[in-house]
Design a protein around this ligand. Sequence first.
Ligand code: NAD
Length: 230
Amino acid sequence: MLELSRFTRVVVFTGAGMSAESGVPTYRGRGGIWQQYDYREYACEDAFQRDPGKVLDFHELRRTHVLGCAPHAGHAHLAALQRGHPALSLITQNIDGLHQRAGSAVAAELHGSLWRLRCARHGVREDAAAGRFETRRCPQCGSMLRPDITWFGDLVDEAVFGRARALIDACDLFVSIGTSAVVWPAAGLIPFAHRPRPYLVEINPEETEGSERFDAVIRAPASALAQWVA
Ligand code: NAD
């Protein structure tokens, strides 16, 4: 059993595998979203410039799908751990908002959120959790709003990454859950080479490219978190 009370500052870093048992598909592998949809038509700035309506329709489909999914026991356990350990920071690559729905505070959403839109000029606006977007146009200037998500070819949000890096630099326990750790630059956040090095734990039912560099590996699905982490 991994006991969080033995550590001072804990970072939990989650990827698509965290949401897989809720029914949100991962990106790679069997059933992955990009096997079904060509990202060049739905998830890059060029596609949005060509046909914003088509891209927004696709994201409304994703929102509707995610609203039909519920956080699982692993999300709930993580939220409970966070209540008992105030220095547990959650950093996620997921855009689905399931951690928040389970009651967790998320310190950094590295790849944005399905529940926000942004205007190039007037910044980000929250968009209520419904299938349809509340509005597709910026109320201030009338231009089309794009999902506040890091798409293929986008630069990452440096402010969000900076916040994540600061938390990771200060942690003494780093727990990676459900990420293949191959999507850069998020994968580069795993503090393998830090000095001093935090204790590194991977929770994933499958081996990943980074598995052998962790100090401990728990081969279990995210929903079983309560059996392994207290
Ligand atoms: P990935 O698809 O590359 O890898 C998923 C990982 O999850 C794999 O290593 C797999 O073995 C593991 N996994 C599968 N089922 C699991 C389970 N039940 N419990 C624990 N682990 C399980 O995803 P990634 O590493 O997160 O990188 C893909 C990028 O796309 C990231 O930005 C990711 O967050 C984003 N994405 C987000 C969502 C979402 O918001 N739910 C969905 C797909 C992809």
